[in-house]
Design a protein around this ligand. Structure first.
Ligand code: C2E
Ligand code: MG
Ligand code: MG
Ligand code: MG
Length: 281
C-alpha cells in the first residue's frame, strides 16, 4: 500500500510540475509583450535612517500588470526573465525608469536603489549603459546604488569586472539578501561593495531567536569594520527597528515603515514622513 501511495504521489507531483513548466513557457512569451506594451511598472519602498526616522532613499521594485492574471510579482517572473534572457530588456526598462524617477525627486536628496541580475552585469557595455542613463537624466552617480546578490557575482569574473567599472564611475554597490546564498566572505575582498543588506530571514526573529540576533550582530560589526553601510531588510515591528538600530544598522527597510508605493503615494509619504513612534516609542 505504501508503494501505491508513493506511486500516486509521484504522478501528482509530475503533473503539477508539467503545469508549472508550461506556465513558465507561456509567461516567458507574454513577458516579451509586457515589456514592449508597457505592462511593467515600478513601485518604490523607502529606506529609512534608523537613528532619525528620515527617508534616506528608496528601492525600485518591478511589477507586472498582467492583462489576465492581474498583478504578477517579481519572484514569479524574474527567474523566467533570467533564464530566457528577457532580463536584459526588462532591466534596461527598470534602470531608465528608476533613474528618471530619481531625477524628478532630486530636491528630496534621495538615494535610488536598483536591483540588477547577474546576467545584466555580464552583458557587454552594461557599465556604459548605466553611465549613459545617468547622463541623460542628469542624475549624480553617487546617489545611485546597484543591488546585486551573492549568487550573481560569485565566481564570475565578468560580473566582478562590471562591479569595478560601476564603482569607477561613482555608482554605489549593495550586496543584497546578505547571508542567504553561498555567502563567501571573499566577495567582500574581491568586489568593491559600499553597502550590505542583511536578509529579511535574519530580521524576522532578531528579537526572539538568539542565533538570528547573533548573525545580525556579526554582520553589523563586519560592515562597520569594512566601512560599509549596513541596511536591515524586512523590518515589520518597532522592536526589530530599535534592536537593529542598537546593533549598528544605520538604515532599515520594511513593511513597518511602508510597503512599496506608486510614485504618487511615495510623494505623499515624502510630505508626511515616517511616523517617529515606529522607531522611538
Ligand atoms: P529584494 O531586492 O530583496 O527586495 C525586497 C523584497 O522584500 C521586495 O519584494 C519587498 O516588497 C519585500 N519586502 C520589503 N519589506 C518587507 C517586509 O517587511 N516583510 C516582507 N515579508 N517582505 C518585505 P518584491 O518586490 O516581491 O521583490 C522580490 C525580489 O525580486 C527582490 O528582492 C529582487 O530580488 C527581485 N526584484 C524586484 N525587482 C527587480 C528588478 O527590477 N530587477 C531584478 N533583477 N530583480 C528584481
Ligand atoms: Mg534588493
Ligand atoms: Mg533584499
Ligand atoms: Mg530579499
Amino acid at each position: 500500500a505504501a508503494k501505491d501511495r508513493g506511486k500516486s504521489n509521484w504522478v501528482a507531483y509530475t503533473r503539477e510540475m508539467g503545469v508549472r513548466i508550461r506556465d513558465g513557457a507561456e509567461l516567458a512569451g507574454q513577458l516579451r509583450e509586457a515589456i514592449d506594451e508597457g505592462q511593467l511598472h515600478l513601485v518604490y519602498q523607502p529606506v529609512v535612517r534608523l537613528g532619525t526616522g528620515e527617508i534616506a532613499g528608496c528601492e525600485a521594485l518591478v511589477r507586472w500588470r498582467h492583462p489576465v492574471r492581474g498583478q504578477v510579482h517579481p519572484t514569479d517572473f524574474i527567474p523566467i526573465a533570467e533564464s530566457s534572457g528577457l532580463i536584459v530588456p526588462l532591466g534596461r526598462f527598470v534602470l531608465r525608469e528608476s533613474v528618471r524617477q530619481a531625477a524628478r525627486w532630486r530636491k528630496h536628496d534621495l538615494r535610488m536603489n536598483v536591483n540588477v541580475a547577474g546576467r545584466q552585469l555580464r552583458e557587454p557595455g552594461f557599465v556604459n549603459e548605466v553611465a549613459a542613463v545617468l547622463t541623460t537624466s542628469h542624475y549624480p552617480p553617487e546617489l545611485l546604488t546597484i543591488e546585486v546578490t551573492e549568487t550573481a557575482v560569485l565566481s564570475d569574473d565578468e560580473a566582478i569586472e562590471a562591479l569595478h567599472g560601476l564603482r569607477a564611475i561613482g555608482v554605489n554597490l549593495a550586496l543584497d539578501d546578505f547571508g542567504t546564498a553561498a555567502s563567501s566572505l571573499g566577495l567582500l575582498l574581491t568586489c568593491p561593495m559600499t553597502t550590505l543588506k542583511l536578509d529579511r530571514s535574519f530580521v524576522e526573529g532578531v528579537t526572539t531567536v538568539t542565533r538570528q540576533a547573533a548573525v545580525a550582530t556579526a554582520v553589523a560589526q563586519m560592515a562597520n569594520a569594512l566601512d560599509l553601510n549596513a541596511v536591515a531588510e524586512g523590518i515589520e515591528t518597532p522592536e526589530q527597528a530599535r534592536l537593529l538600530r542598537g546593533l549598528g544598522y544605520e538604515f532599515g527597510q520594511g513593511f513597518l515603515f511602508s510597503r512599496p508605493l506608486t510614485p504618487a503615494d511615495f510623494e505623499e509619504l515624502l510630505l508626511n514622513g515616517v511616523p517617529g513612534e515606529l522607531i522611538f516609542s
